[in-house]
Every structure is written in structure tokens, then in C-alpha cells.
Design a protein around this ligand. Sequence first.
Ligand SMILES: Nc1nc2c(ncn2[C@@H]2O[C@H](COP(=O)(O)OP(=O)(O)OP(=O)(O)O)[C@@H](O)[C@H]2O)c(=O)[nH]1
Ligand SMILES: [Mg+2]
Length: 238
Amino acid sequence: MADKYSVLLPTYNERENLPIITWLLVKAFKEHNINFEIIIIDDASPDGTLEVAKQLQQLYGEDRIILRPRAGKLGLGTAYVHGIKNATGNYVIIMDADMSHHPKFIPEFIKLQKAKNLDIVTGTRYHGAGGVHGWDLRRKLTSRGANFIAATLLRPGVSDLTGSFRLYRKDVLAKLIEVTKAKGYVFQMEMMIRARQLGFTIGEIPITFVDRVYGESKLGAEEIALYLKGLLTLFLTT
Ligand SMILES: Nc1nc2c(ncn2[C@@H]2O[C@H](COP(=O)(O)OP(=O)(O)OP(=O)(O)O)[C@@H](O)[C@H]2O)c(=O)[nH]1
Ligand SMILES: [Mg+2]
């Protein structure tokens, strides 16, 4: 059976970003002759993201763009669960729709996965040519600090624990979602820790992460406190 890649694209108020990210995804897949589908999970965005998604479906076809909207903002963790249920590919790519994750890296993820027969390939901002653009010092320090503390406490051997641009074998992702308890920012980190525990193989591709141009950021003190709490829970329970 030929490989197929299902991209899970959760959206909340991404009407400006969605057409660009979709165009770039289609371009990257077509240029590399990769079979794909894009599953858009919109949580009733008040800005009308779903209307834009419907237009994109008309443009690119119902086999390429799949819409799985939900009636309200139910959060990212459950959006992935909802998305994976509808995925027909044997590989799943998780990424943000706000242009922070550039689709041009996906062919590199796929190449590495195939070369080493990996279970997971994660993008990393904190290794090799990876990096972050457009964040102020506070946000950079927060992210660096979050990764540093997690790496020190949990020693996972993954350089970017809080990132969310990743390629998974579908059955591996399904298993990880099943055993992962955390919500919010800790979710991505716990997925990597559980992956290690379960003996899954993980590779890394350096990515440049660009801060969102359109839309609002919402990382505040509350998220940071929740992150630290979640991290400690993981440390004490794994
Ligand atoms: N379906 C769904 N998507 C969400 C929800 N919250 C965020 N998203 C989407 O998930 C992705 C990541 O969320 P972001 O808001 O970019 O989170 P972030 O990158 O940590 O923060 P900023 O980019 O700085 O705002 C984006 O594509 C969002 O549109 C949600 O509750 N439901
Ligand atoms: Mg973002």
C-alpha cells in the first residue's frame, strides 16, 4: 500500500492564515509526489474560519480537504483526537495553522522517517539550524526555560519538547493520545515522554519557527503556571 499523510490542522480564528498554509501544504506535497489529505478541525471560530475552509475545499477537492468542525472551542488535545478518528492516512502530521510551522519542512520529516524507519519525527527549534523568529525576549526565555527544565528533569533525549510540529505513524499517535493525560502546553511534552517509555523511535529535523503574523497570541502567566504544574506531575509520576 502506498503511504498517505493526513495533516491535522486545528484552527481557531485563523481565517487569514488558512488559505496560505493550505496553499503551501498542497505545493509541498505535490512537488514531492506525496499522497495527502488535510483535515481541518475548526472549533466554531467567530471570525468565520470555517467559511474560508469550505471555499478551500471547493478549490482543492473533497478528497484533499476534509472538514471536521466542532460546535465550540473544546481545546487542542481533543481536536487531535477528533482529527485522528477521521484520518485515512497511515501517517499523521500535526502542525499549527498560524504559519509558525512552515510546510516546506514536511518533505524533510518524511525523508528522515523513511531513511531510519522512525515512529516519530519532531521539528526542533533548539538543535542545529533550528530557531525562533519574531518572539520578544520574554517569550524566548519562557520557551527556552520550559524546555530546559523539562529536559533536565525528564531527560527525554528530545531537544524540543514543547514544539507541536511532528510526524507520527498513525497507530503510534493513537497509542500516545490514549496514554497521555495532560492538557494544554504540557500535552506535547508528555507525548514525547510517553513515546520514550513505550520504546518508540524519535528523530529530529531543525525548523525555523516564525511567530504568527495574523491573530492573537495568548501565552500568559496562567499558562506558564499550568505548564510548571504539569511538568512536576510528569516528573513525579513517570
Ligand atoms: N480546533 C481548535 N484549534 C485551536 C484551539 N486553540 C488553538 N487552536 C489552533 O491550534 C494551533 C496552535 O494554537 P496557537 O494559538 O497558535 O498557540 P501558540 O502557538 O502556542 O500561541 P500563539 O501562536 O502565540 O498564539 C493554531 O492553529 C490554532 O488556531 C482550540 O481550542 N480548538
Ligand atoms: Mg501559534
